[in-house]
Write a protein that binds this ligand. Structure first.
Ligand SMILES: *[C@@H]1O[C@H](CO)[C@@H](O)[C@H](O)[C@H]1NC(C)=O
Length: 417
């Protein structure tokens, strides 16, 4: 049940959430929320989706997403219905009807004194493995599987060359990040709720040019993902041939036409406006590895949405990432701008969620650069968000790396940033 009092008791009020069959995709459940008997509807009333995470209330946590009630015909008569895509974000979710939300801002504008009604919770399976994604290490024949559950449990990834027959079980290492590790708002305030257990398991000794079938989950609970598959690249060699696609700044937006909280947007500027008509775009692309920036900006929910949306690609192809300003920049945390500029673009994340959620073969957790071989190519991935000037640790890494690369094996050297 919600942890705050409903501000006004309205006799005629009825707000019911009922889970429908899946109108969107297999990654999610659609939920239709309907309401009636709202006494004084305004053009800026909002239906918002919340998560029942520990230690959060409507006053301390931003909505997962929201929609203006006026998108439903008849809202001005006090009733309506809107369908949301509801992901498994480890805790039950529920809808809240707010009266007259005037703006998003750097503080939470969705407060309990504006709550008109609260729905029943929508149940989920807390330890269903979600957000699966693959990457390479810097060792040939290794692939890392990462995923998220609520509790640590007994996390494993299993792999084999025949569908349904797993000959290798790799125990996962698990991380999380507490609110106290976040360095500023909204990451340490209304953007934060329990991000869950972030698992990564390394599959080793994989043969080249081979299709593998795998799943990930909890061996004690016997709760696993569906089976996915990937094909390993050829061994690094001058004669090898690989295909890949690189992209940057992909971002994410929710797929159901609702809005996510963005503290940079004023309500009357963007499609979060009660008066606007623009629809947000749902982005996707195909890849063998990538450079990207999730538009997380300090909100746990945006990471959850990002990985669920990209799962069809990320579970098929190892993806190699670098951070951008929205993942990394926070004053006095080692970003390259400070003290010249005090950039707060990560919304207080300072790279910690990025590093734990996208485990790359970096020298240390906080050194977000690395290299690896892929077919005839030696890739060097460098971070523009950390110092790279002469003498810096990143510069030293690149110098050493260039001196040790064997051009007879990988005649191509490609540097990304
Ligand atoms: C390979 O990756 C590991 C982390 O997975 C790192 O500790 C090591 O320094 C990397 N090796 C090189 C040569 O970059």
């Amino acid at each position: 049940m919600p942890r705050w009092p409903v501000a006004t008791a309205v006799a005629l009020l009825m707000l019911a959430a009922c889970v429908r069959s899946q109108p969107f995709t297999s990654i999610a459940t659609g939920a239709a929320v309907s309401w009636s008997g709202i006494p004084n509807p305004t053009n800026a009333d909002v239906i918002a989706l919340y998560v029942q995470a520990p230690g959060t209330t409507v006053d301390t946590l931003a909505p997962l997403k929201f929609q203006w009630a006026n998108r439903s015909p008849g809202y001005d008569q006090g009733s309506g219905s809107i369908t949301f895509q509801v992901l498994n974000q480890r805790y039950p979710t529920f809808f809240v009807y707010f009266s007259n939300i005037q703006s998003n801002g750097v503080s939470n504008s969705y407060t309990s004194n504006k709550v008109i009604a609260v729905s029943k919770p929508i149940a989920i399976t807390p330890n269903e493995p979600t957000q699966g994604h693959l990457s390479f290490t810097n060792i040939t024949g290794q692939v890392v599987v990462q995923w998220t559950t609520r509790d640590v449990g007994t996390p494993v990834a299993q792999v084999g060359t025949a569908s349904g027959t797993y000959t290798q079980t790799a125990a996962a290492v698990t991380n999380t990040y507490p609110r106290s590790e976040m360095v500023g708002p909204p990451a340490n305030s209304f953007g934060y709720f329990d991000p869950g257990s972030l698992h990564y398991a390394t599959l080793t000794g994989l043969a080249p040019n081979t299709q593998y079938f795998y799943r990930y989950g909890d061996s004690a609970l016997a709760l696993f993902s569906p089976e996915y598959s990937f094909t390993t690249p050829p061994l690094p060699a001058a004669s090898a041939s690989v295909k890949w696609l690189a992209w940057a700044d992909a971002g994410q937006a929710v797929a159901d036409g609702t809005n996510e909280y963005d503290y940079y947007d004023d309500y009357d500027e963007l499609n979060s406006s009660p008066y606007g008509t623009d629809q947000q775009a749902y982005e996707s692309a195909f890849d063998t590895w990538e450079i990207e920036q999730a538009s997380d900006l300090g909100f746990v929910t945006q990471w959850d949405v990002y990985f669920e949306q990209y799962k069809p690609i990320y579970t098929l192809l190892p993806v190699m990432t670098l951070p951008g300003n929205h993942e990394r920049d926070a004053p006095a945390t080692g970003d390259r701008y400070y003290p010249l500029e005090k950039k707060t673009d990560s919304g207080g994340e300072a790279g910690f969620p990025y590093e734990l959620r996208l485990k790359m073969p970096t020298p240390t957790q906080r050194s977000e650069w690395y290299s690896f071989n892929h077919g005839p190519v030696h890739f060097i991935q460098t971070s523009t968000e950390q110092p790279f000037g002469a003498g810096s640790p990143q510069w030293q890494f690149v110098v050493n790396d260039l001196q040790t690369v064997d051009r007879s094996v990988t005649p191509w050297v490609i540097v990304l940033f």
